[in-house]
Ligand binder design. Structure first.
Ligand code: 3UK
Length: 517
């Protein structure tokens, strides 16, 4: 039987076919060819084995987007160790939760994140090895004694001769997905799913080719960025340019001008922010730009249309999820319908059902279910949530959708109270908890509200503590940024006398939502 270890197909295949000299990844400091990545990841795998990290053990990645990311990701997969990329914007408490929930035995942390994440790393009970990547500007002398510099780890290691043999159905990596209630869930993905998303969306929708150069503003720790910037280019021997910094209109523009990518992957908030900049250039400054893609939240149709006028390239909006790994409904090049998510990606089937589970006719809103070759195996140690989401061959998205008369799928909102800001989930509960931890706040409720660009941002309704006549709203925003995460702070705060609640005391967010619509 053919070995299903994904590293063979995505990486070793290119070296064996004589493409080892091609550049695979470029970051502001370094470039890696396919051959150099194969060598470094083999050393990484050998180093894990020598450190006694066994197969199926988890390795957390707290990493910025640099060439070290693919070295660690493929190095672990080569060894049968399970990489778990973690959102670098999480608070230290949230990171500590993920490290302990996954029982990570290894963590690879980027040097610039070490200072803020050291407390989380110290709380991780199963950790046996801490590797620090990206030394530029940081001296190993500044590291805590328990850490090893990645370059010395690689230099000391014997390259693993072969990848471990794996079934395509074997768990390869996890991604944490946040839900409306409770803690984030470790979503277990298979070796075969990486190839499935490349064969379907990347090849048949994007039409990715060997001469493409991809730039994803969405980071590698998201399923969206991982496909865009890691597995899709590697599926065809193409190239990817990585940006470790925060993607702003300026930093993105600089990458576009310097590296001239042909495919750009963003989220709606970024497209809107770039359009708001005076003098946005054709192709965002890249003469080779042929296509832009958007996911994470719905792309407002006016953003797509204006972008096409100004930049001269289409934006393909598509919906994906952590559970499905990548995009399963998408617009097609040359057939874009702005304001819709497009049609099913080849290989995926869709249903829209009512509350009783019956299929709905076109034009009616129901819950979207999807079936396809990249669905996760389930959530780690969460049987009830796994059963509710993974229903036989069908995966429940939690999204409300309708199919229009022409067969295009149109997003209608979430089945629950969650909403997304810049493509990242915001749970009202989490922002409320942060607000409530401020001394002047008695009660709080948070809903998503559209700004003037039609993009959703948090809005807070607060009841002030007795005796507090007026709160410093700017300080409140800063407080939430620090407590919950920088993108989650409320852009609007409204002080109210009381909040609408059910008899059992649950806040009725839908009533507040209807006030701000
Ligand atoms: C929402 C969209 C409308 C939708 C993702 C591309 O976003 C990704 O994964 P997440 O697990 O969130 C999934 C949820 O996000 N959503 C995503 N894209 C769209 N809503 N239009 C869209 N185009 O609620 C979905 O259920 O963070 C995106 C590829 C891989 C991904 N994991």
């Amino acid at each position: 039987m053919e070995d299903g270890n994904a590293v063979r197909w995505f990486l070793d295949r290119h070296v064996a076919a004589g493409r080892g000299g091609r550049t695979a990844f470029t970051d502001p400091a370094r470039s890696l060819t396919y051959a150099a990545l194969a060598e470094a990841s083999a050393r990484f795998a050998g180093g894990l084995a020598a450190a006694g990290i066994g197969r199926e053990r988890r390795m957390a990645m707290l990493m910025l987007d640099t060439v070290d990311f693919p070295v660690a990701f493929w190095g672990a997969i080569r060894a049968g160790v399970v990489p778990v990329p973690v959102n670098t914007l999480l608070t230290p408490e949230q990171v500590a939760y993920v490290l302990n929930d996954s029982r990570a035995e290894v963590v690879v942390v980027s040097a610039p994140l070490l200072a803020s994440l050291a407390p989380a790393i110290q709380q991780a009970k199963a950790l046996r090895l801490v590797l620090v990547a990206g030394l530029d500007g940081a001296s190993p002398a500044m590291f805590p004694a328990y850490a090893t510099a990645l370059p010395s780890f690689l230099a000391a290691a014997q390259p693993a001769p072969e990848p471990v043999a794996a079934s395509p159905d074997e768990v390869a990596f996890w991604l944490y997905s946040s839900g409306s209630t409770g803690a984030p869930k470790g979503t277990k993905h298979l070796h075969g799913s990486l190839r499935a998303t490349a064969d379907t969306y990347a090849v048949q929708v994007l039409g990715i080719r060997e001469d493409d150069l991809v730039f994803s503003a969405a980071k590698l720790f998201f399923a969206y960025g991982l496909g865009n910037a890691l597995t899709f280019p590697m599926a065809v021997g193409a190239q990817s340019v990585l940006l470790p910094d925060r993607p702003t209109p300026d930093s993105v523009g600089a990458v576009m001008r310097t590296h001239q990518p042909s495919i750009f992957c963003g989220v709606p908030t970024l497209f809107a922010a770039m359009l708001a900049q005076p003098g946005l250039a054709r192709g965002i400054g890249s003469a080779r730009l042929r296509c832009c893609i958007s996911a994470g939240e719905a792309l407002p149709d006016h953003v797509g249309k204006r972008w096409e006028d100004v930049v001269g390239s289409e934006i393909l909006d598509g919906i994906g999820s952590t559970e499905m790994l990548h995009i399963f409904i998408s617009n097609r090049p040359g057939q874009v319908r702005y304001g819709s998510s497009g049609v099913a990606v080849p290989g995926y089937a869709l249903r829209i059902i009512d509350d009783a589970g019956a299929d709905l006719p076109d034009g009616e809103i129901g819950e979207l279910l999807v079936q396809g070759p990249s669905a996760a195996e389930g959530y780690w140690n969460q049987r009830d949530k796994t059963r509710r989401t993974f229903r036989g061959e069908w995966v429940a998205t939690g999204d409300k959708y309708l199919r229009d008369a022409e067969g295009y799928y149109r997003y209608q909102g979430r089945a629950d109270d969650m909403f997304k800001v810049s493509g990242i989930w915001v749970s009202p509960f989490e922002v409320e908890t942060a607000l409530l931890s401020h001394p002047s706040v008695q009660e709080a409720a948070v809903v998503g509200r559209q700004d003037e660009d039609g993009l959703v941002k948090p809005m807070a309704f607060v009841v002030l503590k007795p005796g507090v006549a007026e709160a410093d709203y700017e300080a409140l925003k800063e407080h939430v940024k620090a407590a919950a995460g920088p993108w989650k702070y409320p852009r609007w705060v409204s002080a109210v006398e009381d909040l609408p609640k059910t008899a059992t005391g649950k806040i009725q967010r839908f009533k507040l939502r209807s006030q701000v619509e």
